[in-house]
Write a protein that binds this ligand. Structure first.
Ligand code: CTP
Ligand code: MG
Length: 251
């Protein structure tokens, strides 16, 4: 692998509406400490020496706005590109992947909705791919016991079983991939969708696509601050984490 191939490109899906966060701007543009979530997320990636290019998949009607936003927050020095995202996270990632130059061999995919991921997690995921893993996800053990149920919204739901919590992990991003592997599974998924195939359960992350087509995924330690901003309470927690960081930096 030559030097430029060893530098990763990061795709940042940022085209979601943020329905669960409630009414307002698209989630990636909502502010945390006065700065949009997307800007935090891109900065976190750009801080890593392992990352040489960031491709943001913006809301399709917000590309110009996102370009202006990134400029106004001084995100220069790194190569940052903005493309229009799609109707699903999977489509947004696929559109982002298409904008990565051919020589790049390592790709990270990082949710705009995880603004506080520590740079150590970014570095560790990229390093694991560089060391030979085809697909790497950062993850943390679960605090809660988890039960599988027969879904029956609005009614008491029968429990099917309780997986052993010691074998479960909550996965985060950035997820890291050998570029060929990731592009390949996205292409397969698109072809299957076009053929109208499969009522398989929806795949909610990129590693899940690798698993679907039989690839090996490995887990490395994630970080509690890499949590995803999904509901209003997550934003409260994110503000508190950011305030704690800023206070620590002031000393
Ligand atoms: N995402 C995307 N394109 C979509 C949907 C989601 O790029 N069509 C991105 C989001 O912007 C987010 C990441 O995927 O950074 C994770 O998705 P999620 O947390 O579900 O965000 P939203 O889809 O925006 O939120 P919600 O599901 O509550 O509407
Ligand atoms: Mg969503």
């Amino acid at each position: 692998m030559n030097a430029s191939a060893a530098v990763a490109a990061a795709v940042v899906p940022a085209a979601g509406r943020g329905e669960r966060l409630g009414p307002g701007a698209p989630k990636a543009l909502r502010e945390l400490g006065g700065v949009p979530l997307l800007v935090h997320a891109v900065r976190a990636l750009a801080r890593s020496r392992a990352v040489g290019l960031v491709v943001v998949a913006a809301p399709a009607d917000g590309v110009a706005e996102v370009v202006a936003l990134l400029d106004s927050h001084g995100l220069d020095g790194k190569d940052i590109r903005v493309v229009a995202g799609g109707a699903t996270r999977q489509e947004s990632v696929r559109l982002g992947l298409a904008a990565i130059p051919a020589e790049v061999e390592i790709v990270l995919v990082h949710d705009a909705a995880r603004p506080l991921v520590p740079v150590e997690v970014v570095d560790a995921v990229a390093a694991a791919v560089r060391a030979g893993a085809g697909a790497v996800v950062p993850a943390v053990p679960l605090a809660d016991t988890v039960k599988r149920v027969e879904p029956n919204p609005g009614r008491p739901e029968p429990v099917l079983d309780t997986p052993d919590r010691a074998t479960l992990r909550a996965v985060q991003t950035p997820q890291g991939f050998d570029r060929t592997t990731l592009v390949g599974v996205h292409a397969k998924a698109l072809a299957e969708e076009a053929a109208g195939a499969a009522d398989a359960p929806p795949v909610t992350d990129d590693a899940g696509l690798v698993e679907r087509y039989g690839g090996q995924v490995v887990v490395v330690p994630g970080h509690e601050e890499a949590f995803k901003v999904t509901r209003p309470l997550d934003l409260v927690l994110a503000e508190a984490v950011l305030a704690r960081r800023r206070a620590a930096d002031a000393y």
